[in-house]
Structure formats: C-alpha cells, structure tokens
Design a protein. Structure first.
Ligand SMILES: CC(C)(COP(=O)(O)OP(=O)(O)OC[C@H]1O[C@@H](n2cnc3c(N)ncnc32)[C@H](O)[C@@H]1OP(=O)(O)O)[C@@H](O)C(=O)NCCC(=O)NCCS
Length: 172
C-alpha cells in the first residue's frame, strides 16, 4: 500500500545524483557496457517521460525513456533505466512509474516501447518478447530479454530493423 504522500512527478535536475546512485547500486559498474546503455549514451532521455517517484520530498525511484528509430519506424522508445530504491521495493512504485510513463508515451503519439529486461516482471504490463531476429540492437542482447509493448495496435508487426537513438528526443 502506497502512502498518501507518494506521487510521481517530472524528473528535476536535482534528482540526477540520487538516480545515478540508485542505478549504480542496482546495475553495478557493468551497466556502462550494456547494449541498452550504449544506445542511450550521449542522447538525452525524453524530458516529458523522465519521471521520479517520491514520498514527500524523498526520491524512491525513477524511469526514463529514450526516443529511438527502429528501421523505418521513427516513433519508438527504449524504456530504461527503471530503478526503485532497494529499501522500497515491493510497494508498487516500479509499477506506478511504468504505468504512468506508458500512459504519457501513448498520449504523446509514440507507437512502440522496447526494453531489455525480465519478461516475468514486464509481462504484467503487456510487454512480449520480440520475435527473434525481427529487431536488432547494435550490440549483444539475450533475445529472450528483448521485449516490446505496442502503444498502437500492429506497431510491432510493422517494425523491423536496427535500433538507433534519435536526436528528436525532447518534445516539451
Ligand atoms: C525491478 C524493480 C524496478 C521493481 O520495482 P518495485 O517497486 O519493487 O516493483 P513493484 O512493487 O511494482 O512490483 C513488485 C513485484 O515485481 C516482482 N519483481 C521484481 N523484479 C522482478 C524480476 N526481475 N522478475 C520478476 N518479478 C520481479 C516482485 O517479486 C513483486 O512481485 P509481487 O507483486 O508478486 O509481490 C526494482 O526491483 C529495481 O529497481 N530493481 C533493480 C533495477 C532493475 O532490475 N530494473 C529493471 C531492469 S530492466
């Protein structure tokens, strides 16, 4: 059960340090070598979809999305990182961040959300494994962990090719 003073707001500049610390704790130094990290490197996340979960003034988690092109599809997103304070997991904060982020992404006209992550967690939000070989990343990824969620019906079937970050990242 979430406390009454729990809410989700836009990420602020002053959140960056706490979010980096949570990512370092969750993903370790190996995160810099991950393919998803390499796609995001040097490209700002979509500001309107960079969300922070707080209890009062205390940051307990955050989510970001990067705008990507996949082959000819120019309105896709790569979800990540998603991180929740390890002392605050299991309270629905991760789910709340994902649901809010996806709702906003849909409103903004994005068609497809990709991520590299655990199907047992992300399946509950409607993510499904990408059929092997349909979408490729510029680096090694376990195919079973490349997941997609359609924001527009049929978007996944219509999308093939290589994932690349795009410069058209910030809409607000
Ligand atoms: C994964 C993470 C974001 C979940 O945040 P959270 O606030 O605990 O999530 P919720 O409270 O919404 O959901 C908790 C549920 O998800 C389950 N869950 C968490 N991580 C899971 C995983 N990797 N695989 C399967 N289930 C998972 C929990 O067991 C719990 O199950 P329950 O609802 O049946 O009790 C958080 O644990 C975290 O930051 N982990 C480290 C970073 C990470 O792995 N990020 C995602 C990588 S793509």
């Amino acid at each position: 059960m979430q406390p009454a003073n729990f809410h989700i707001r836009h990420e602020e500049e002053s959140d960056a340090q706490a979010l980096s610390a949570l990512s370092a704790q969750a993903f370790g130094p190996g995160r810099f070598a991950r393919t998803a990290y390499r796609i995001r490197e040097g490209v700002p996340p979509v500001a309107s979809l960079s969300l922070t979960a707080v209890i009062g003034d205390r940051l307990v988690g955050g989510i970001r999305f990067t705008a990507v092109r996949v082959g000819e599809e120019a309105n896709a997103l790569l979800l990540g990182p998603l991180v929740v304070d390890p002392g605050q997991t299991g309270n629905g904060y991760g789910s709340a961040l994902i649901k809010e982020g996806l709702a906003r992404a849909r409103t903004e006209g994005f068609t497809l959300v990709l991520l590299v992550g655990d199907m047992p967690y992300y399946g509950r939000f409607g993510f499904k494994p990408v059929p092997p070989g349909q979408i490729t990343l510029p680096g090694p990824v376990d195919p079973a962990r490349l997941l997609a969620l359609e924001l527009v019906p049929g978007a996944l079937a219509a999308t093939t090719g290589m994932v690349r970050s795009t410069a058209r990242s910030n809409k607000n």
